[in-house]
Design a protein around this ligand. Sequence first.
Ligand code: QUE
Length: 368
Amino acid sequence: MTDEISFSEDGGLASIALNRPKALNALTHDMIRALAPKLDRWEDDDAVKAILIKGAGEKAFCAGGDVRAVWYSMMKAAEGGGYSYQGPSELSRAFFLDEYRLNHDIHALSKPYIALIDGVTMGGGVGLSIHGSHRVATERLMFAMPESAIGLFPDVGGGWFLPRLPGETGMYLALTGARLGAAGALALGVATHMVPAGRIEEFEAALATELAGASNGRAAVNDVLERFAETSDADGDPVVAGRAVIDRCFAQQSVEAIFDALSREADGGSAFAAETRDVLLKKSPTSLKISFAQLRRGRDMSSLAQVLAMEYRMTQRCMAGGDFFEGIRAVLVDKDHAPTWDPATLAEVSDDLVESYFAPLDGAEFSV
Ligand code: QUE
């Protein structure tokens, strides 16, 4: 067993703690493999009335999947420094398959599942929280789907939940990687409740106490939340303030048309549109186009499983070569934050190249 994740039971409350605080609790394959069977067992155990998941330390709930380990598994140290690409690995195949199955298990739980999204909650950390019944933010929440910065796309069911957020806010979050605080997350429904970080311990204790004698776990959880939850003023949140621009510009029919719409609004005096365009110019052009296609396809799909099967094809195509290698190098390995994307422009990312990310796989496909 791994010490990167721990489990405990107190009364009717089963708790999970992600325990890699120095790595912002980034989710490893070992953590996924330890957690999945626990969830299955708790789902079938009548003594468990609700499940809670949190991150160790004060900085993060979970910064994402451990994509750095996936990257190293596909690389070989090159003579004279640096790394060279070898090809997909056992880890690059199994990691995403097992992660997405876990995301689907969370979605399918019949019991309340409460994620304490306190601090950094990105990518794979969103996958561990968004598919459950309750997402409790604190004032320290920093929520984002930042994958367009590393040559990937907003996976873990991003193709499911992002197109179902209000207006075009999901497309905006997917392409820009914009961060949400507690107020913005509450306004969009990413968070269901807000409890101040200083009251979280007391909140957990109250949950355990209430659930110990509860016949209806969901009612007990909601009763405790009613006692602890606070409101958060969304007026100062940039996503809320920029909503009209977001809905107009990100409703376009292509990434190029989104850029054109942002440029028009920037020329018309919108500082928000100008900033958003400048942010998008730094992202992987391939990531922007495949993410756009992912969200539009996901919007019309009828199940999370269908979306995850699409996303699994996409990750395996990303592992076969492309901007992922340069993105991880620039952000998580060399940390120069100066990736050289290839293709370098949107115009060079052809429709055929985009389509290739959605093609059936030679090997195993995702299934629930
Ligand atoms: C975009 C991402 C990720 C990211 C940074 C991005 C991501 C991820 C991590 C991460 C952070 C800390 C770690 C770690 C990984 O950073 O998905 O192993 O210790 O997991 O700009 O998508």
